[in-house]
Ligand binder design. Structure first.
Ligand code: AMP
Length: 453
């Protein structure tokens, strides 16, 4: 019997976990800037919730959901996406009828899809996303896209690609579907089995087929933009115009349809290819929905959402060397020889209680072992406490970056740490000040030169 992780799942440990938290923290901070409120919804929901929302014709509902019967014979599904749960929560809490609209939610957590695992594709993965529910303004779509754009910029992404399309309203889509059925019916015998099924269930999904031969056929398919109602056409033009004014670049992509059935009008995806050429697929995606809230038993209200895949963000940032190195610890304590370890443990307790991260070598009393461990733990300082030092109450504090060391009288330890960190902060401020002064001087020189020219 082996206990390896299940196919398509992965452990997120140590430095990777540290960076997931870093990514999530940046996204959360930007969500606060945009006035989103956090929603934490259950991982398990009634299967029907997803059948109704994500749609019987979607790949997710047809073959990717982790569904099981619980001990009370209820049909339960591990969430394959967040939007349905968030809307259910907004309806259950009555916030959609008691609070100012739109409601603005952000969320973060694991989702589950039984997909074929490959680069950037897992069966359990993490999403961070937002929903704006209760407004039909095209500017809410723009706000959602702007959030994604700011977030990716803050994370250090350059050369982002924002692909955008419109699926039109219900009337536009009905007309377009008819045109697609008409076109693909002539070619369907040459297409993959999935497309054969999509033609019956949701012909729009054929446009998303990744089979190369099918893509050739798809190139000749009718385009959505020629089937839009005037309302949908104007709405899309308004979205693009607002993006232009805000300086957010985009590419119009006629084949972008998204895998979830509830979308209408604006849909979009963020893409990025890392420096080493790895393409993990869309790093974030979303769109507008006009019928979902009503479909789930709520009032007639529209919404728009966006979701990022944390695994994909992490992998790309790692490829491009843009991740944070694991944080340092402040102090490593090395008890050497025959010392009163209980007493030293009380020093560790005190250091931690004063807000400094601290580790102690309880496993060995050798100085060599402690130095190695302190370096590997990325500690800034090392405090050496030997038998003689204990008698005098004076310990050696060593800066492991500069190798400078000083003697510290035990009652002063925290004060000394405070002073050392303050000194460093002052130096950093001085340095930033001189860099800024230098920049100002350079700017002035540049301006003078421009004036001369
Ligand atoms: P979706 O919910 O399908 O709109 O996906 C939103 C985002 O989640 C995508 O842009 C990806 O970044 C991420 N994502 C979707 N499916 C997977 C998967 N199987 N593994 C990892 N990330 C995924």
């Amino acid at each position: 019997m082996d206990y390896n992780v299940l196919k398509g799942t992965h452990d997120i440990i140590d430095e990777e976990a540290y960076n997931y938290s870093y990514i999530e923290e940046i996204l959360t901070n930007i969500a606060w800037l945009y006035d989103f409120k956090e929603y934490r919804v259950p991982v398990i929901e009634k299967s029907e919730l997803y059948q109704r929302s994500v749609g019987e014709g979607s790949d997710i509902v047809r073959k990717e959901m982790y569904t099981f019967e619980d001990k009370g014979n209820r049909l339960i599904t591990l969430r394959p996406e967040f939007t349905a749960g968030i809307i259910r929560s907004m309806i259950n809490s009555k916030f959609l009828v008691t609070r100012d609209l739109p409601l603005k939610a952000f969320y973060c957590g694991p989702v589950f899809r039984y997909e074929r695992p490959q680069l950037g594709r897992y069966r359990q993965f993490n999403q961070f996303g937002i929903e704006i529910v209760g407004s039909n303004s095209y500017l809410r779509d723009v706000e959602c896209i702007a959030f994604g754009y700011t977030a990716l910029k803050m994370l250090g992404f350059k050369n982002l690609e924002l692909r955008i399309n419109t699926l039109g309203d219900k009337f536009s889509r009905e007309n377009y579907k008819k045109a697609l059925v008409n076109y693909f019916s002539k070619h369907i015998n040459e297409m993959c089995n999935d497309c054969k099924e999509r033609l019956k269930l949701n012909p729009l999904r054929i446009l998303d087929c990744k089979v190369l031969d099918d893509q050739e056929i798809i190139k000749g398919a009718p385009l959505m933009k020629n089937y839009l109602t005037l309302d949908s056409k104007t709405r899309f033009e308004n979205v693009l115009e607002a993006l232009d004014i805000m300086g957010i670049p985009y590419i119009e992509d006629d084949t972008l349809v998204r895998g979830l059935d509830y979308y209408s009008d604006t849909v979009f995806e963020f893409h990025y290819t890392s420096k080493n050429g790895n393409n993990y697929g869309a790093i974030g995606a979303g769109g507008h929905y006009s019928d979902l809230v009503k479909e789930l038993g709520g009032p007639v209200l529209s919404g728009v959402g966006l979701s990022f895949g944390i695994e994909r963000l992490y992998n790309i940032l790692k490829d491009d060397n843009k991740l944070q190195k694991k944080d340092k610890i402040d102090l490593y304590i090395a008890p050497i020889g025959n010392v009163d370890i209980n007493y030293i443990m009380s020093i560790v307790f005190d250091v931690r209680n004063n807000g400094y991260s601290c580790e102690i070598n309880l496993e060995s009393k050798s100085i060599t072992s402690s130095i190695k461990k302190a370096v590997r733990a990325n500690s800034k300082y090392l405090l050496i406490i030997g038998e003689d030092e204990m008698k005098d109450g004076i310990y050696t504090l060593k800066n492991l970056e500069t190798q400078e060391q000083l003697d510290v009288y035990e009652p002063d330890l925290i004060k000394v740490l405070d002073a050392l960190y303050q000194e460093e902060e002052d130096k950093y401020c001085d340095l930033t000040e001189s860099i800024n002064e230098l920049k100002d001087e350079e700017d002035e020189e540049d301006e003078e030169e421009i004036e001369k020219e």
